[in-house]
Design a protein around this ligand. Structure first.
Ligand SMILES: [Zn+2]
Length: 408
């Protein structure tokens, strides 16, 4: 496939070059960038006036919760969780699959090409495959449920497997340690919510004498295969531990603000220590959008505001959603460079993004664009979004939506 005459190509390469009026040749990976003559029979897409950028990577989400959007509003995390769990108990494969399918369609239609999803993955994996999005997925360890056979099964069916203990307040020490042992044995990553609320931190301190990240380190859990989401209440010495162990971190600004978890995700401290920082929307019930363009705006504004420092750059934020996200997912993506996966988004600048020129392109993308500007999403060299969304999955879960509608 040849993307011909791209007005701008945001490469996200080492120099963060932005190319003008160039072409991209791709198969499953990116083969060539420059002035390229089409081969006979080659599929050519006219990209005149379009922006080509690397697909965005959502590093923390719960796609299967799509159907519950707007269900639990205006309440703190623990009340919110308890309300959601009451209906999540009724989930079956059908709900999981169709709800996730809608979420993945929302993601690809707004420029996301890969995500790290925390949910029991059976229906989720199928939905991702049918939509064509890259998925890092795995069983959630909660209330001490973790079977080695399921981990083995997961590895056989998930492209990017991960073990996902929910949090320090929902998983016992025995099962946190067991999760880590299995992750090491099968060479997969661990993904956990950590230090999200003050209540979590206080409870952990009361129970273990340690803060959550400190505690995870003390039981041998914190390591380079660990991805920590949220970290709104993390101490300086915990940031050092994260650095020493080589763990990665994910910022979920909209979810934190909506659930009013307070605190402060210390982006600058992480960045200064070269800790990999990704960006996630969290699930559709705590955001309530899966549009990573909106999330980038949220992150930029929140970080500037909390540090009283406007120097945090749009480029830094774009990096969290592209090159850093690729490190978290564990794929060679996030860049438009030769040899990288052909996960590319094409945008048509709309009224929110004008005037547009090379020097304001990145800030207009981060502060002004929304996913509505996306006209095509390409994953693994295949067009997975071309302006069309299939809404039929919602018809397949009508009964569950009625249950939510009438829930007291
Ligand atoms: Zn979450």
């Amino acid at each position: 496939m040849l993307l011909k005459n791209c007005r701008y190509i945001i490469t996200q390469n080492e120099n963060r070059d932005i190319l003008e009026n160039k072409d991209i040749r791709l198969a499953e990976t990116i083969e060539e960038i420059g002035d390229i003559t089409p081969r006979s029979g080659e599929q050519v897409i006219d990209c005149k006036g379009l922006i080509a950028m690397p697909g965005l990577i959502n590093s923390h989400t719960h796609a299967a919760m799509y159907v519950m959007r707007g269900f639990s509003e205006d309440m703190p995390l623990f009340d919110w969780l308890n309300r959601n769990w009451k209906v999540e108990d009724k989930y079956d494969y059908n709900i999981e699959y169709n709800s996730s399918k809608m979420a993945f369609q929302e993601m690809v239609s707004t420029g996301t090409t890969a995500c790290l999803d925390m949910w029991d993955p059976d229906g989720v994996i199928e939905a991702a495959r049918d939509v064509g999005i890259r998925l890092k997925a795995g069983y959630v360890v909660i209330n001490d449920k973790l079977e080695e056979d399921k981990v083995k099964d997961l590895i056989s069916k998930a492209e990017l497997p991960v073990i996902q203990p929910h949090a320090v307040y929902t998983v016992s020490e025995e099962y946190l340690v067991k999760s880590k042992e299995l992750a090491d044995r099968y060479k997969v990553d661990l993904h956990i919510h950590a230090s999200e609320t003050r209540e979590e931190v206080f409870e952990c301190k009361k129970k273990t004498g340690k803060l959550p990240v400190e505690y995870l380190d003390s039981i041998g859990f914190l390591d380079k295969n660990v991805i920590l989401a949220h970290l709104g209440w993390v101490a300086n010495w915990e940031i050092e531990l994260i650095k020493q162990r080589g763990a990665k971190v994910v910022h979920c600004p909209a979810s934190n603000m909506k659930l009013a978890t307070g605190g402060f995700f210390p982006y600058k401290e992480f960045k200064d220590r070269e800790i990999v920082v990704g960006l996630g929307t969290d699930g559709p019930v705590s955001n309530n959008s899966l549009d990573m363009f909106r999330e980038m705006r949220m992150m930029a504004l929140k970080q500037k505001d909390q540090y009283w420092d406007p120097s945090i750059k749009a480029q830094d934020v774009l990096d969290t959603a592209t090159v850093n996200g690729a490190k978290i997912i564990g794929i060679k993506a996030g860049r438009i460079s030769q040899g990288y996966l052909a996960d590319i988004v094409l945008l048509k600048p709309n009224i929110h993004m004008l005037p547009l020129y090379k020097n304001n392109l990145i800030s207009n993308l981060v502060y002004s664009a929304t996913g509505d500007a996306v006209v095509k999403t390409i994953i693994n060299g295949r067009i997975v979004y071309d302006g069309h969304t299939d809404y039929s999955p919602l018809d397949n879960i009508k009964d569950f939506i009625s249950l939510l509608k009438n829930f007291k």
